[in-house]
Design a protein around this ligand. Structure first.
Ligand code: GLY
Ligand code: MN
Length: 463
């Protein structure tokens, strides 16, 4: 936990930005897996963590902007709770750790909010994403669950995004830790990979490191010989000589700041010539994108520059052709690069996605594209000091997409479909790092994780 003043300062700013009314921030609860007492791993809501820091279920908080007073709602443990789950400080003692003086039992939250609503005071809330909190808000506000998203407070969403987008020095320390744990996961996986091993064994190594280093996974592990399936969470394949292994996994620290790294390595000790060619195109796009990062640059332009660079590499291999400026403008590159270059990262791996991707990643002057591929870009707006984002270009050979585009005669000026016939089983390659935008440029977070062909092959050669 940060010192109480960190949370108090954040709340002061939020109340000031809102101007009047109440702000309701529900915490998360335990989520049953197959019956009530057998729960998924508990993860506190990130807005609650940011403003109130307490990391346990059964809490909610209200900021009263007009009274300049914050209240944490929660219940003391019963003796039965103590017997089964152990003692914990009182709610008031916990609230004091985050600079909050007032606490009330949880069941007083509803009346507290209803009273403000009856007085016609504005009561702000963010879009709920957990079903129990949807029910809580629905009952409290007398609104159908289906209406909660559109009735969430835009002014609150924008105020939270404005604050959480700029990471403080103490947050960067946590994020460096997250990236370093994530890096250790990747090094261990790349060391252990070998023909005959199951993806699941390697995923187990990665998960063990995340837990063993005091944190948890920051998202479901993607670790697959089928890297062309972008979010491939299946781990049942056995690695075979000649294949590639794509790992996209990361840890969050005990304070829940996330890391999100991707590395791709050969199952053998060395890349094949073809793998090396594609790897170097992706790496070049990633390194030059990172080098370009500075305040004021629109991330959409960094994305398009990376697409252009990879298209050039693909042209040199005879897979793309024609006028590449036009190819990228029309979206032909998305056959090979069908996702965005990156996203904000912080307390969430896709930071603040619960608040709405466009509030986080777009602004008045940069609108989200509707074109296949670039439409998936979660961050397009101009960069500002304090933003932390991922840079994650990739090239993929997706047989189903190639077949569809070829059958439709799509982009035949730019794509050499006959050359692609020999690439159908190639798979996919992605490389990803986490980068802080500074006043003057950028800083890659964490200790370097092997990335060049020579570094990856040296690591693979160690086993
Ligand atoms: N790490 C998965 C993603 O960025 O979507
Ligand atoms: Mn990512």
């Amino acid at each position: 936990m940060f010192p109480p003043s960190t949370y108090a300062t954040r709340r002061d700013r939020l109340r000031k930005d809102l101007g009047s009314g109440l702000i309701v921030i529900p915490g998360n609860n335990e989520a049953p897996m197959n019956y009530r007492a057998n729960t998924y791993h508990f993860r506190q809501d990130s807005n609650f963590l940011y403003f109130f820091g307490l990391d346990q279920p059964g809490l909610a908080a209200v900021l009263d902007v007009d009274a300049n007073e914050d209240t944490i709602f929660g219940d003391e443990l019963t003796m039965e709770d103590v017997v089964w789950t152990g003692p914990q400080p009182t709610i008031a003692e916990q609230a004091a750790q985050v600079g909050v003086a007032k606490t009330l039992p949880f069941n007083e939250l509803g009346d507290f909010v209803k009273k403000a609503l009856a007085q016609k005071r504005p009561v702000h809330f963010t879009p709920p994403y957990r079903h129990d909190n949807m029910i809580l808000l629905s009952e409290m506000f007398g609104q159908p669950v289906a209406k909660l998203k559109e009735n969430a407070s835009e002014v609150l969403i924008r105020a939270i995004v404005a604050q959480r987008s700029h990471k403080s020095a103490e947050e960067i320390v946590e994020m460096e830790k997250a990236v370093n744990i994530s890096g250790a996961m990747h090094v261990a996986v790349m060391r252990a990979a070998a023909a005959g091993k199951k993806e699941a064994e390697l995923a187990g190594i990665a998960a063990g490191i995340a837990t063993g280093m005091g944190g948890a996974l920051s998202y479901g592990i993607i670790l697959s010989i089928n890297g062309q399936v972008l979010h491939n969470h299946h781990h049942y394949n056995t690695l075979q000589s000649g294949q590639l292994l794509l790992g996209d996994h990361g840890a969050e620290t005990a304070m829940h700041y996330a890391g999100d790294l991707t590395r791709t390595c050969p199952v053998d000790k060395k890349f094949t010539d073809r793998q090396r060619d594609i790897y170097n195109i992706v790496l070049d796009a990633e390194v030059s994108a990172i080098e370009s990062l500075r305040p004021g640059l629109a991330y959409r332009d960094v994305h398009l520059a990376a697409a252009r660079r990879m298209a050039e590499g693909l042209k040199s291999l005879g897979l793309m052709q024609g006028d590449l400026d036009e190819a990228v403008a029309q979206g032909a590159h998305a056959l090979f690069f069908p996702h965005g270059l990156g996203h904000m990262i912080g307390l969430d791996v896709h930071d603040m996605e619960d608040l709405g991707e466009d509030f986080v990643g777009y602004s008045g002057e940069v609108q989200r594209s509707t074109q296949f591929g670039t439409a998936y870009l979660r961050l397009g707006r101009a960069l500002e000091p304090g933003f932390v984002l991922t840079v994650e270009p990739g090239l993929y050979f997706i047989p189903e997409l190639i077949d569809q585009w070829q059958a439709e005669g799509k982009f035949t000026d730019f794509i050499n479909y006959s050359a692609l016939k020999n690439w159908r089983t190639f798979g996919g390659i992605r490389t990803e790092d986490n980068v802080l935008v500074t006043e003057t440029g950028h800083q890659v977070l964490g200790k370097p994780v092997p990335k060049t062909v020579a570094e990856v092959e040296a690591l693979r050669g160690m086993r």
